[in-house]
Write a protein that binds this ligand. Sequence first.
Ligand code: FAD
Length: 295
Amino acid sequence: MTSVVQRLETGQPTFSVEFFPPRDAEDEQILWRAIRNLEVLDPAYVSVTYGAGGHNRDRTIRTTGRIASETTLVPMAHLTAVDHSVTELRNVLGWYAAVGVQNVLAIRGDPPGDVDGEWIPHPEGLRYAEELVELVRELGDFCVGVAASPYGHPRSTDLESDTKYLIRKLNAGADFAIAQLFFAPEDFLRLRDRIAAAGCEKRMIPGILPLTTKKTLTKTAELSGAPIPDWLARTLDPYADDPKGFRAAGMDVITENCRRLLDEGVDNLHFYTFNRSKATSELVERLGLVPARTG
Ligand code: FAD
């Protein structure tokens, strides 16, 4: 089995992709088309999100297991502490190991239903991602990632405490952090600087959203809380009623953002794909991340 860290230590910039588990047979076909299309570009790893609700969770195990056994890709399964006792978390991790998944993104998760609702830990569960990192580490030879927020987590009172807790979970045994999406590269670079200034040398990976439609922009900005910078609004406003023009301008902006990040020494770009391959493939090609690197 190959770890994410091994795949990132190639000395070359790499990309990776995120999928969500399919809800039904049609979704599954769409996902697997995207997986096969991206497989030929050799992403460093592919991650599969973990949602609230039993079926959704089974689907993460099944999908990452299939990726491990039926493709050449290196899978990473997300895992959240939502509504799980420690025994259940151990069980899911046992399944991950059994289906050949060695990489885990350990996150706390949001309260089911209302993401802004009160976070109530399971009575026999965990309270913070830091504890989940410790559990994953304790259970086996997993490579572990965590989530980071360029603007501070919405529940954090200030950036200072947010940085402190991010570093704590990294030091609890995580190998790297993947950042929530942002539209201005400086915002990610500032997060990376905060971590480095505090003496933490763990790898920070930017989460990149291919900007293809106006709806993607407004919806993801709303859900993630990432601000839309004035310059971006000015660039895209003329295309409000021109989907083709919007896509072209949006993809140009994201290409430039990625170039800036690569120039700043970022060595892995993690693309949020929404289970589609076209925009990510286009960006990877434009950025010269093809042909594939070996890891
Ligand atoms: P934590 O690190 O536990 O932080 C939560 C809050 O508590 C923060 O405000 C933090 O500063 C504070 N805090 C942390 N530790 C302490 C402490 N010891 N004492 C006091 N305060 C503390 N959600 C899903 O449901 N499924 C997914 O698959 C998923 N994938 C994601 C992938 C990425 C790359 C990212 C960036 C996010 C993802 N999320 C996912 C969303 C994530 O679950 C939410 O952002 C969640 O609200 C926080 O998770 P966390 O791991 O950052 O929490």
